[in-house]
Write a protein that binds this ligand. Structure first.
Ligand code: NAG
Ligand code: NAG
Ligand code: NAG
Ligand code: NAG
Ligand code: FE2
Length: 475
């Protein structure tokens, strides 16, 4: 029921937004763009995204005024210019602020080649940005980050240095952005996109929604999130779930928030996503020899070991993992279909887990031909709530770090992936592990699942009970 959901939500907010006063580093203060200086008729906040085709790249940007927009691009090595008129949407937020959102998909691109582009209109063009169309073969350098705010976004200066050095081929953001995109009449989102434009306009920026994108106070169904991005289209038009291929990896982006806010926005999105996921993973498995890795990402973790462990074990995580009522959870299908890796955020720290197998860390090399999915929480990029702290590790915890920072995935070839956690504070790699997989490797046919304890939404202490104990479910 709605009342129940609201209670759950209040508890979540209380746990997540214990806003401590943190002092911002001078580097962050210097990096933040002053949005009061952004001109109304100028294009701004440019960000790229991949589409379902490896010969395309989409660009999305905004203006404050209703002005026609276009995108001009050329191969860096030539001067022949292609011009495409933008599709423009007038976005009116329910709290009555307006942005004009412009979108263009560049087509006919050659994988591995570099392209230069500008957006705007004659006389009022943006600066020129350069990106590399993702090559068909490794190596790839991929950034993974989550829970990055503007206020106390301590990874921002370091990310901007990485952008200037062209470190990445692809950006994966596991949700909770800006805190929040729609806050202060959208100006917090403006500052987030404007500050990170050097990164987002030069590397495809792939996102999923976190709970901070839900806009539940206005019952607005993620509207600012939906209107801010252009993710690959799976026919639902809401940027919440999609897949795309990069060399040996099939990426699958999912919404944990469909589950988290079902009491408000309905169960239908959960069912739509699950039906799509079944087909998508079955299709990916037909092609496993050519594309051996399946990497998923979504916002809320199945497991964590943070101090606010109510949140790690309570209803919201169980719901996404195991399902509830007639909503199917995501873990059984991921295990059945052999999803190799899942990235999460939500907890404002980094936690790497041993592969999700009954014997988790029993071998000397658990990450060589892993027997189950490998989970990583990367939610430590920095936001208003300051450092996250840990409780006792859980069964699968392998490494836990709460420095502000972000994760990197280096893919040298189709059999190996290197994970690294980079501390933005110390400017060093603080955790790293190689994952490898032989061409014909498969998970055990069906991993032994522990008995699922179904918890009532209001029962935040359910997880403390012994397995096998019965719970009364009250509707
Ligand atoms: C949002 O805009 C309205 C109307 O312009 C204004 O009254 C209000 O103070 C603004 N709110 C914030 C938080 O900036
Ligand atoms: C919210 O949006 C989703 C699509 O993302 C739609 O399926 C759902 O019905 C919407 N819910 C409400 C209450 O409008
Ligand atoms: C496996 O985990 C246990 C408990 O966390 C730990 O004591 C042990 O050292 C770990 N073994 C390996 C091989 O990492
Ligand atoms: C893939 O990369 C790893 C790590 O650099 C290396 O050890 C391995 O030999 C490479 N495999 C192939 C087939 O090149
Ligand atoms: Fe979150």
């Amino acid at each position: 029921s709605l009342a129940m959901g609201k209670l759950l939500l209040l508890v979540t907010v209380a746990l997540h937004c214990t806003a401590t006063v943190v002092s911002l580093s001078p580097a962050l203060q210097a990096a933040l763009v002053d949005t009061s200086k952004l001109a109304a008729g100028m294009p701004q906040q440019v960000h790229l995204a991949v589409t379902k085709k490896n010969t395309e790249m989409s660009a999305t940007w905004i203006t404050f005024e209703d002005v026609p927009q276009q995108l001009e691009f050329r191969k860096v090595s030539t001067s022949k210019l292609w011009t495409i008129k933008a599709d423009t949407t007038k976005f009116v937020n329910p709290s009555n602020w307006v942005r004009y959102v412009h979108r263009v998909t560049m087509t006919g691109l050659n994988p591995g080649d570099k392209y230069a582009y500008q957006v705007g209109r004659p006389g009022y063009l943006s600066k020129e940005f350069v990106f590399k169309q993702l090559p068909l073969q490794p190596p790839y350098n991929i950034l993974v980050f989550g829970d990055l705010g503007v206020y106390n976004g301590e990874s921002i200066p370091s990310l901007l240095v990485d952008a200037a050095q062209r470190k990445y081929d692809l950006l994966i953001n596991v949700g909770d952005m800006a805190y929040d995109l729609f806050s202060n009449n959208g100006t917090v989102g403006d500052q987030y996109f404007a500050t990170l434009e050097p990164l987002f306009a030069t590397v495809p920026y792939m996102v999923v929604a976190g709970n901070h994108e839900a806009e539940e106070a206005y019952n607005a169904n993620y509207t600012t999130y939906v209107n801010s991005f252009t993710m690959p289209d799976e026919g639902y038009g809401d940027n919440q779930f999609y897949s795309f291929d990069v060399g040996p990896i099939h990426f699958v982006a999912l919404s944990s928030e469909y589950y988290g806010f079902y009491y408000l926005y309905g169960m239908e999105p959960v069912f739509n996503q699950y039906e799509w996921l079944k087909k998508d993973l079955a299709e990916a498995n037909k092609n496993r020899a050519a594309r051996p890795w399946i990497v998923s990402y979504f916002h809320r973790p199945f497991y964590c070991s943070n101090e606010n462990s109510e949140e790690c074990n309570a209803f919201e995580n169980r719901l996404v993992r195991d399902g509830w009522l007639n909503m199917p959870g995501l873990e059984p299908i991921m295990i059945e279909q052999g999803v190799d890796i899942a990235f999460w955020g939500h907890e404002h720290s980094y936690e790497r887990f041993y592969p999700r197998t009954p014997t988790y860390n029993e071998t000397d090399q658990p990450y060589a031909n892993p027997g189950g999915p490998i989970y990583v929480i990367s939610g430590s990029a920095g936001c208003h709530s300051g450092y996250a702290y840990f409780a006792d590790p859980v069964e699968y915890s392998a490494s836990r770090i709460n420095d502000y920072g972000y994760s990197r995935m280096f893919v040298p070839n189709s059999t190996h992936i290197l994970f690294e956690q980079f501390s933005a504070e110390k400017q060093i790699v603080v955790d790293s592990v190689w994952i490898s997989k032989d061409g014909n490797h498969k998970f055990a046919p069906k991993l032994q699942e522990e008995q699922v304890v179904i918890c009532h939404p209001k029962d935040m202490h359910c997880h403390r009970a012994q397995a096998g104990e019965k719970y009364e479910v009250v509707h």
